[in-house]
Design a protein around this ligand. Structure first.
Ligand SMILES: [Zn+2]
Length: 407
């Protein structure tokens, strides 16, 4: 077979589930044709007759799947640096809320922005993630909080995927906060989400999944279940912001609905972790938010390991609680703050992140048939990725077989 491109002399972390750890293969070779991997393995095992139009020598560099950021709120208006400044000057959350801060300040800025303005700002954030090695990311709505503006956010998210060499997965998150026009009536707003917004969103095909924020300051278990039941009827997979600030047994709720993932999980109980393990729901840990809001309760990583819950890591890039734009830094934070192993950190931003998006059939590992999305690193061993921070260690990024011709 004549491949389009062959990368050789690489140290490849395949992330294959049938191999140990990150599935390391030395003196490896990866061949791509029409954007897909046709061979990824030891050069010595390559099928005879495999040749390439272009050969790229990697000189022993580490090659991983392109990074996947499986939880972001990348599209929004304005920013919240003013609140950050107030907090540092000693203002309480109450004072910030009274001065118009919080999620609702981002909602107002998002509602008054048009598509071009939202895209212009979001592209700067997306370009930072792309420069970091990201080839797939998830983007949530949740700052529009009405049909028109939630749709606008999702439309802009889709547009970003057309304007850059990156795959965008969209998630509908109207059950993020209560908009002011709801007059404090959460049940009535959830009714609106389920009866009017969700059916139209599903019909338009603009969202790939549905998310909710289950928390004392957001929506209850019953209200979240109502959203999930509607999503199930409409055939959309679900995920959940769960157990971030308190234990409402959000993890168990997500598992009950076969959620792709439950995210945050600082306060998750053993019952919740066990339910996730049985359901195959991925634990998406978000160390950027943990760090930025100075949380002290660490997610129960040992329980996730014990109950064989897949663990992913993501930036949670958002203006309020995690203005973080680097998956490389997320790996370091996962190791330092949550004591994840090197293997867990790398799998968390590749294979398990793909699983959390329901995209493991296409991306997340280096195997024949998958998209040829690669991150080629200026490092000699996997441990160097979560080890250093404040430095971009990416050497080249390949999206569907295209990108730099050097290693
Ligand atoms: Zn989030």
């Amino acid at each position: 077979m004549l491949a389009d491109r062959i990368w050789h002399d690489a140290q490849m972390a395949t992330m294959r589930a049938d191999l140990e750890g990150v599935g390391l293969i030395d003196r490896a070779m990866i061949a791509s044709k029409d954007g897909r991997i046709v061979y990824a393995g030891a050069k010595s095992d390559a099928p005879s007759g495999l040749d390439g139009k272009e050969w790229i020598g990697c000189h022993g560099a580490l090659v991983t799947p392109g990074l996947i950021d499986c939880h972001t709120h990348l599209v929004y208006g304005g920013d919240r640096s003013h609140e950050f400044k107030m907090r540092l000057a000693g203002a309480s959350y109450e004072e910030i809320a009274k001065s118009g801060g919080g999620i609702l300040s981002t909602m107002r800025a998002t509602r008054v922005s048009d598509d071009d303005e939202l895209a212009y700002d979001a592209l700067k954030r997306l370009d930072a993630l792309i420069a970091d090695g990201v080839t797939t990311l998830e983007i949530k709505s949740g700052y529009g909080l009405d049909l028109e503006n939630e749709t606008k956010q999702l439309r802009v998210a889709r547009r970003l995927g057309n304007e850059r060499q990156v795959d965008v997965v969209t998630t509908f998150l109207a059950a993020h906060a209560l908009p002011p026009e709801a007059g404090g009536d959460k049940d009535r707003y959830i009714e609106l989400v389920c009866r009017e917004m969700l059916p139209q969103i599903a019909r338009s095909g603009i969202a790939d999944a549905v998310d909710a924020f289950c928390e004392g300051i957001a929506f209850s278990v019953e209200q979240t279940a109502r959203v999930f039941e509607t999503a199930r009827i409409l055939g959309l997979p679900v995920k959940l912001h769960a157990d971030q600030l308190s234990n409402l047994e959000g993890a168990a709720l997500a598992a009950r609905f076969g959620a792709l993932s439950a995210d945050h999980l600082e306060y998750t109980s053993e019952e919740g972790a066990a339910a996730m393990g049985r359901a195959g729901t991925v634990a998406v840990l978000l160390p950027g938010a943990f760090y930025f809001i100075r949380e002290t309760k660490v997610p129960p990583v040992d329980l996730f390991r014990k109950h064989r819950v897949p663990i992913a890591l993501a930036t949670d890039c958002n203006p309020g609680s995690s203005p973080l734009h680097s998956v490389q830094l997320v790996m370091n934070m996962g190791a330092t703050l949550f004591r994840l192993t090197v293997e867990e950190c790398l799998l968390g931003v590749t294979r398990e992140a793909a699983r959390a998006l329901g995209r493991l059939d296409r991306v997340g590992t280096l195997e024949a048939g998958k998209h040829c999305n690669l991150a080629i690193w200026k490092v000699g061993s996997p441990a160097e990725l979560p080890y250093r921070f404040g430095i971009n260690q990416l050497s080249a990024r390949i999206y569907r077989g295209t990108g730099e011709l050097t290693c």
